[in-house]
Design a protein around this ligand. Sequence first.
Ligand SMILES: [Zn+2]
Length: 246
Amino acid sequence: MSKFLTPDKIRHEYGLEIKEKLIPDGSKYKPNRKLMRGKVEYITIHNTADIDEAEGTNDAEQYARATLNGNMGGVSVHYYIDETDCWQLLREDEMGYHAADGFGPGNGTSLAIEIIMKGDKSKDDKAAEDRGALLAAILLRKHGLAITRLKTHRDWYPKKYCPAYILPHWNDFVKRVMDYTHAMDHPGDVDMDGKATTKDARLALRAAIGLQKLTGPQALAADMDGDGKVTTKDARAILKLSVGGK
Ligand SMILES: [Zn+2]
């Protein structure tokens, strides 16, 4: 038997692989309460520190496992995400313990994303943050929430400087989340000008053959067939869409 967690379910949303291992109902490691008004009203962003990894696993799995084993000091979040992995521990209709406000609005109305970073501006940190932005966009869109519903832990609990690594450039993070929601709403619009044109097809083609580097949101807009890669097939699909006048 592996000493690492095995997910109960794996799903993909906008190319993001999410592993589900829910804290069992009745467990003392979660509130066992539904969200305050029976619906998701906010998304809360947190940062936690990168930890040394055992051979064969990663940070997100280690945090998820620590939560299920009762080693997180009573903290429970909906999602842990790092540069390669994403684990879901709570359903999207239930409260966690993450905002340090008891049964207040932070815990009571929001879903928690814990983005695992080092704070060293490394490639891994940028990737973790980018994936966190994608997950935030997925959740905002799924629950019909405007960008103003994206909150920091500090918004609920001013004494806590969290998400510590993202707060210094919070507006950039918000912009990245908005770009992701734009890409979801405008497939094919690689240059993000609001419509899919032959110019976008050309950008996708150049990316497909390695002549152009795309941002995460641009790559999502370009990935027409949702297979997680930008290929010449995607470029063709964008071209078709653009000449169809849509
Ligand atoms: Zn926090």
